[in-house]
Design a protein around this ligand. Structure first.
Ligand SMILES: Cc1cc2nc3c(=O)[nH]c(=O)nc-3n(C[C@H](O)[C@H](O)[C@H](O)COP(=O)(O)OP(=O)(O)OC[C@H]3O[C@@H](n4cnc5c(N)ncnc54)[C@H](O)[C@@H]3O)c2cc1C
Ligand code: FES
Length: 346
């Protein structure tokens, strides 16, 4: 047995290390598909505890495998200059290495698969996009356009796999590589010229923030509305996601609301002091609510607001589409109404 479920996640064992490029590796984990408790959706990420010279750090890595297609879950890590975890993994990951992981999390997951997809990625941003792309092609029937930006041809992760997919799904998939060595950095105008955007397309973007700003402008110019553009932001966690103290949940006076929270199918009715984020209230009650960063930046604590109203202190991850669908962040939510119903259904 190579995995062990803990209260918050699993211990995963590396079964294969694939050198994708000179500065990127994929790690395949020894975990049979669908093993109880380890299920993920295309576009989600793992949070791993990475050992290192100066002590362990927590880092998020998107799954580049597709859950319905790939036998083993896989992440793909690209070196960040002077970065602690990415360089440690690229230098030290070998078959047999065990890593602690939180449950798969994140909201960069297509909810509807019938629209044409425009996927725009740069560098390591290909990882969640690859999972979405493979799922669309093999499980659904929509058309997919991928624009993938890299410094040069040696930096292109999954080059052979993408070429093979393009050959196999020639009628539904188009792949355009944007190499900075040939074309320079993309601008909204130059990127717009690359895009063929059928009506009702949905766009999924992942890459450095300035690149995504350019891609968003190009998509807007091509007529894609904001609520059809979905983004995944890669940042390093500043806290230890495996050891997070819970803030005091003592109510100020009698100022409490009531939350009915459904977590993993179980319903809990809990008093909710109005100054305390929902996540802290649930954790203090011993309820196994999901979370990662607790900073409003990863989407790992997302829930669906079924009734009542909350206000969020911060939100660096949910887009307009998510908000319109009632998705909120438990780590940032305070109650507005006296009663709230929340469903954790990721
Ligand atoms: C949801 C999500 C999914 C992700 N998926 C992937 C993925 O699939 N693949 C992938 O490769 N990455 C992914 N990331 C990014 C990943 O989590 C890490 O942020 C990345 O690997 C860099 O981590 P690091 O420890 O190597 O670098 P860090 O040590 O965090 O350093 C990052 C940068 O900050 C600089 N820096 C560090 N400390 C300081 C300081 N005190 N002052 C100034 N500068 C400093 C470093 O020099 C470096 O340039 C994802 C992130 C998120 C949130
Ligand atoms: S735990 Fe990351 S946004 Fe709430």
């Amino acid at each position: 047995m190579t995995t062990a479920a803990t209260a918050t996640g699993h211990t995963l064992e590396v079964r294969r290390v694939i050198r994708e490029t000179h500065d990127a590796v994929s790690l395949e984990f020894d975990l049979p598909r669908g093993e109880a408790g380890f299920r993920y959706q295309p576009g989600q990420f793992l949070t791993l505890r990475i050992p290192g010279g100066e002590g362990a750090v927590s880092r998020c890595y998107s799954l580049s495998s597709a859950p319905a297609l790939d036998r083993y879950p896989q992440i793909t890590v690209k070196r960040t200059v002077d970065g602690l975890a990415s360089n440690w993994l690229c230098d030290n990951a070998v078959p047999g290495l065990k890593l602690e992981s939180l449950r798969p999390a994140g909201v960069f997951v297509p909810k509807q698969w019938d629209a044409p997809f425009v996927l725009i990625a740069a560098g390591s941003g290909i990882t969640p996009v690859m999972s979405i792309l493979k799922t669309a092609l093999t499980e659904h029937r929509n058309r997919v356009q991928l624009v993938y930006a890299n410094r040069d041809s040696d930096s292109v992760i999954f080059a052979a796999e993408l070429a093979e997919l393009q050959r196999k799904f020639a009628k539904r998939l188009s792949v355009q590589h944007w190499l900075e060595s040939d074309k320079g950095r993309p601008t909204p105008e130059s990127l717009r010229a690359e895009l063929t955007v059928p009506k009702n397309s949905r766009a999924y973007l992942c890459g450095p923030a300035p690149f995504m700003a350019v891609a968003e402008s190009a998509l807007s110019a091509a007529g894609v509305s904001r609520d059809r553009i979905h983004k995944e932001v890669f940042v390093s966690l500043s806290s230890d996601a495996f050891d997070t103290p819970i803030a005091s949940v003592e109510p100020v006076g009698s100022d409490v609301a009531t939350v009915t929270a459904e977590v993993d199918g179980d319903e809990h009715v809990v008093s909710w002091p109005r100054q305390t984020p929902l996540l802290d209230v649930l954790l203090r009650e011993g309820i196994d609510a999901p979370y990662v960063c607790r900073e409003g930046s990863c989407g790992g604590c997302a829930f669906t607001l079924v009734s009542g109203e909350v206000r969020m202190l911060a939100n660096d991850t949910l887009d307009k589409y998510d908000l319109d669908k009632g998705v909120r962040l438990a780590c940032q939510s305070l109650p507005v109404t006296d009663t709230v119903r929340a469903v954790f259904d990721q």
